[in-house]
Design a protein around this ligand. Structure first.
Ligand code: HEC
Ligand code: HEC
Length: 393
């Protein structure tokens, strides 16, 4: 049976004459006889998807449904007001539309919420790559004091154990005598996230050979993206990695004006590390704390060259995911393009690939027209309310 959400994509796809690929295979784990079937939007390679599913967290329909329920459940937060979907809202291409996210009690972090669409393909998670997998990632917001603010993972587990429906569903999915554990919670959430894909954008149809799928301006923009504007050197695109990112970290200067005392902050992080106090939870707190947040990739590597470097974000659905950059400091795509045109923000760590571009008005318009062809059928339909996704079986 095809899952409902993806089934809808398939419907949308076929109704306009396209037939996205699909894939099914027997679940690896013993005792899970049911097959899991996925339908893929145009442009997203099924074999890569399959490769990215961890062997210790096979996909099953019941697990995905459970993960979806957890994803939308505000009871995973300290005061029952915040869920994953609060900050990664399907109606906003799984972002929150705010410069920086607000968690429990309206507390603000220091970073902009990225989309979870295609997040499963990220080599590392978060703007600074501090989590390796979706499972690792999902553990952090639950206990971050400015996000879901639960006192501990044990507290999350204890809370869910009070809810009979979850006791039943965890047992169905994971079996055993004590099925509700933090690892099972994040495994289910990650399995749900792995069904949330972005593809089948006008640009994908263009790449697949439909010359009419995008405008002449967007075609010129694509040529600029690959050529004069040099965007593709970091926002890599090729059929086997069609995500518009190299998954690497670069300093393009975004936050370099905001904070002056980088040295002091960096020294403080170094000290914490030396004292063995830079735990995953501590690192997560620092990442969302003003000032420290701007250290970027340095927080993970503690290499001076990484101060102010952030992960190249993927660009699919970018027309729907503003405001932009790790700190949400740019409101519009035009603002982003103008920032690149002037050569970013000069600072000692500025990436060598960022130089003045000398783009004309027309060229900047074309580049923006191209970026606007990256909106997926799925995210657009959700944003327009043509389809909805909500928990339930
Ligand atoms: C209060 C808002 C908020 C909540 C609640 C929240 N997130 Fe996030 N999420 C963010 C922000 C902000 C970031 C970026 C932080 C950073 O990179 O340092 C992020 C990053 C991520 C990423 C990494 C994406 C990437 O491209 O690197 C994933 C995946 C994700 N969140 C999933 C989840 C899941 C699953 C939950 C629920 C368990 C959740 N988030 C809860 C705000 C939130
Ligand atoms: C040297 C590598 C590099 C080059 C070249 C580059 N980018 Fe980026 N891009 C990045 C990084 C890194 C970020 C995130 C920076 C941050 O938040 O501090 C980013 C962010 C963005 C964002 C914001 C996306 C979001 O979700 O917030 C857009 C849009 C974007 N780039 C488009 C472009 C365009 C268009 C070009 C060409 C004119 C380009 N980039 C060239 C590395 C690059």
């Amino acid at each position: 049976m095809v899952m409902l959400v993806m089934g809808l994509i398939a419907l949308l796809g076929t109704s306009s004459g396209r037939s996205p690929g699909s894939l099914s295979w027997p679940a690896w784990a013993a005792g899970q006889a049911k097959e899991f079937q996925m339908t893929f939007p145009l442009g997203i390679p099924a074999d890569l998807w399959e490769l990215m599913i961890p062997e210790d967290n096979p996909m099953t329909e019941a697990k995905v449904a459970l993960g979806k329920a957890l994803y939308f459940d505000t009871r995973l937060s300290a005061d029952n007001t915040v869920s994953c979907a609060t900050c990664h809202d399907p109606r906003r291409a799984f972002t929150d539309g705010k410069p920086v996210s607000e968690g429990v009690g309206g507390k603000k972090g220091a970073r902009n919420a990225p989309t979870i669409l295609n997040a499963m393909f990220n080599e590392e998670q978060f703007w600074d790559g501090r989590a390796k997998t979706l499972e690792d990632q999902a553990k952090q917001p639950l206990v971050n004091p400015v996000e879901m603010a639960m006192p501990s993972h044990e507290a999350v587990v204890a809370k869910l154990k009070q809810i009979p429906e979850y006791v039943k569903r965890f047992r169905e999915v994971f079996g055993g005598t004590d099925p509700i554990t933090i690892d099972h919670i994040v495994q289910a959430i990650a399995a749900f996230e792995r069904t949330q894909l972005s593809g089948d954008a006008p640009f994908d149809r263009f790449i697949a050979g439909d010359e009419k799928a995008i405008s002449a301006a967007a075609k010129r923009g694509w040529e600029l993206f690959k050529g004069k504007a040099r965007c593709i050197t970091c926002h890599e695109f090729n059929p086997s990695s069609p995500f518009f990112t190299d998954f690497k970290y670069h300093n393009i200067g975004v936050g370099m004006k905001a904070t002056k005392n980088f040295e002091t902050l960096a020294r403080r992080v170094q000290q914490l590390a030396e004292r063995g106090e830079l735990t995953a939870a501590e690192l997560d707190k620092l990442s969302l704390a003003e000032g420290f947040s701007e250290l970027g990739r340095f927080l993970v590597t503690r290499q001076p060259k990484d101060v102010g470097a952030f992960k190249t974000p993927p660009l699919r659905d970018v027309a729907l995911t503003g405001p932009y950059m790790h700190d949400g400091s740019m409101k519009t795509l035009r603002e982003v393009i103008e920032f690149y045109n002037k050569g970013g923000e000069p600072n000692p760590n500025l990436d060598g690939g960022i130089i003045e571009l000398h783009l004309t008005e027309q060229e900047m318009n074309d580049l923006e027209a191209f970026l606007r062809t990256l909106t997926s059928t799925y995210a657009r339909a959700l944003a327009r309310g043509e389809i909805t996704i909500a928990p339930g079986k």
